[in-house]
Design a protein around this ligand. Structure first.
Ligand SMILES: [Zn+2]
Length: 423
C-alpha cells in the first residue's frame, strides 16, 4: 500500500471509530471524543465535520463548561438516511421503511405465493420495495439500500442461495434478478444471521459483544456474533446449528437427508411430526380435537398449547424437543463462551414452557459454573426479528461508511473499492 493509501485507510478506520463512538455516546463533545478515543483534536474535528456534512452526525446544542468556550454537543443522526428491510418469508413478503435507528415509517405485507416460482416471488418483492420507496420520495430523503432476510443455505462467496428447502430453490440468484431491475444497493443473508445482526445493532448487542442468536421456527439455525462481528465461515455458511446430529440411530429423517439432526427433533416441524407419530400409534390427547382429527393440520403451536393445558402426550413431546434444544445450546455455550444466548422464531412464542426447559438443561449440562449461568433471553423484536435484521444488513454498511456521499469525502476516496485496488 502506498503512503497515501495507507493514510486514507487509517482515516477510514478512525472515521468508523468516531461514528460508532458518537452513536454509543449521545450528547458528546469533540473534546470528549478526542480524550476518550485517543485521537488528536484536529483529527476528530475533521472527521466530525465530514460526518456532519454526510448527514450521519448532527449538533444538538451547547453543553456546560468549566471555564472557556462551551462545547457543541453531537449525536448520531438517524433521519437523513433510510433503509428498506425485507423479511422474505414462505407465507408473506414483509417489508419496512426505517430510519437509521430502525424506527419504522411505513410497512407493506403481501402473500409470497412460493408455488408461483422464483421470478414471481422476486417481482412481488420489487412491488413491496417500490411501494415503500413511494413513502420516501414524498419526503425527498435518501435511501441507502435494501436488506433482505432469506431462509436457506447462502453462499456468501458466490452471493447466491445454494439451497432453500422452504422455497424449493436451488442456486437462486437474488442479486442478479433484483440488480437488473432496481437502482438501489441490495444485499441479503440467511435469516438467522440477519436476526443476530438486528440484535447486534438494535437489541442485546448494545450490551453484549459475544452472543449467539438461535432461531427455532420451521427449521433451526444460529447466528454467531464474536467480538461484535458476525461469524461467517469460509463460504459464509456457518451457523447451521440445526444439522448437528443428536441421535445417532434416530429413525427421524431431517430435510437435509441425515437422521437425528437437532432440527428434526426440536424445530416447529419436528415437534408437529413427533406428536403426529404418537397420535398415529393410537395415543390419546386433546390434540386430536385441536386439529379436528386431521393430523396433517397439527402444528407445534397446538402442541405447546395442549402441553400448557396439562395434556400428557403434548407435554412429553414438547419437553423432549426443548430438552434436545437445551443440549444443543449447552454445546454452543461450551464452544463459544458467549455472554448470552438469544432465542427467537415461532417456537419460542411458546414462552416459559420452552425457556424453563432450555435453561434447566443448560444448567445441568454446560461445563463450567460460568457457562451454566449464561443468560438465555427471548429475541428483542419477536415477530419483527427478521425484518429488523434485514434493516441491520444495510445499517452495518452505513456504519462501515460504505455509502458515504459528500464530495469532500469522495476526495479522500477512502471509501470505494476501486480506490483500494489502485493502491
Ligand atoms: Zn439435518
Amino acid at each position: 500500500m502506498s503512503p497515501k493509501a495507507s493514510a486514507q485507510y487509517i482515516l477510514k478506520l478512525n472515521t468508523r471509530k468516531v461514528l460508532k463512538f458518537i452513536r454509543d455516546n449521545p450528547s458528546i463533545s469533540r473534546a470528549e471524543i478526542s480524550r476518550r478515543t485517543g485521537l488528536s483534536a484536529p483529527t476528530v474535528s475533521r472527521i466530525v465535520d465530514d460526518l456532519i456534512e454526510d448527514g450521519l452526525v448532527e449538533e444538538i446544542g451547547v453543553g456546560s463548561s468549566n471555564g472557556g468556550r462551551r462545547p457543541n454537543l453531537l449525536r448520531f443522526c438517524p433521519d437523513n438516511n433510510f433503509i428498506i428491510g425485507i423479511d422474505l418469508g414462505t407465507t408473506n413478503i414483509y417489508g419496512v421503511l426505517a430510519n437509521l435507528e430502525a424506527e419504522i415509517l411505513a410497512e407493506e405485507k403481501i402473500p409470497t405465493r412460493v408455488e408461483e416460482g422464483f421470478k414471481a416471488v422476486m417481482d412481488r418483492t420489487i412491488d413491496v420495495i417500490e411501494k415503500l420507496r413511494g413513502h420516501l420520495e414524498k419526503k425527498q430523503k435518501h435511501l441507502n439500500g435494501v436488506g433482505m432476510a432469506v431462509a436457506g443455505l447462502i453462499n456468501k462467496k458466490r452471493n447466491i442461495v445454494e439451497f432453500s428447502p422452504n422455497f424449493h430453490w436451488h442456486e437462486a440468484d437474488i442479486l442478479g434478478y433484483l440488480g437488473q431491475r432496481l437502482d438501489v444497493p441490495v444485499c441479503f443473508d440467511n435469516v438467522t444471521r440477519v436476526m443476530a445482526l438486528g440484535e447486534l445493532f438494535y437489541g442485546v448487542g448494545r450490551k453484549y459483544k459475544n452472543f449467539i442468536c438461535v432461531n427455532v421456527g420451521y427449521g433451526i439455525g444460529a447466528g454467531i456474533i464474536v467480538n461484535g462481528q458476525p461469524l461467517l465461515g469460509t463460504h459464509g455458511m456457518s451457523g447451521e446449528f440445526g444439522h448437528i446430529t443428536l441421535e445417532k440411530d434416530s429413525k427421524i429423517q431431517c430435510y437435509c437427508g441425515n437422521f437425528g439432526c437437532l432440527e428434526a427433533l426440536s424445530s416447529g416441524n419436528g415437534i408437529a411430526r413427533a406428536a403426529r407419530l404418537e397420535l398415529e400409534s393410537g395415543a390419546r390427547s386433546i390434540l386430536l380435537d385441536m386439529c379436528q382429527g386431521n393430523l396433517e393440520q397439527l402444528t407445534a403451536e397446538m402442541v405447546a398449547n395442549a402441553a400448557k393445558q396439562g395434556d400428557a402426550l403434548a407435554w412429553n413431546v414438547f419437553h423432549r424437543a426443548a430438552e434436545y434444544l437445551g443440549i444443543g445450546i449447552s454445546a454452543l455455550i461450551n464452544l463459544f463462551n458467549p455472554e448470552a444466548i438469544v432465542l427467537g422464531g415461532g417456537v419460542t412464542q411458546a414462552g416459559d414452557i420452552l425457556f424453563d426447559t432450555v435453561r434447566s438443561t443448560v444448567k445441568a449440562r454446560a461445563l463450567s459454573k460460568i457457562s451454566r449461568e449464561v443468560e438465555i433471553l427471548p429475541a428483542t423484536f419477536g415477530q419483527k426479528a427478521a425484518v429488523m435484521g434485514a434493516v441491520s444488513l444495510i445499517m452495518q454498511k452505513v456504519l462501515n461508511l460504505e455509502y458515504k456521499k459528500s464530495e469532500k469525502l469522495k476526495e479522500h476516496s477512502y471509501f470505494s473499492l476501486s480506490a483500494d485496488k489502485e493502491s
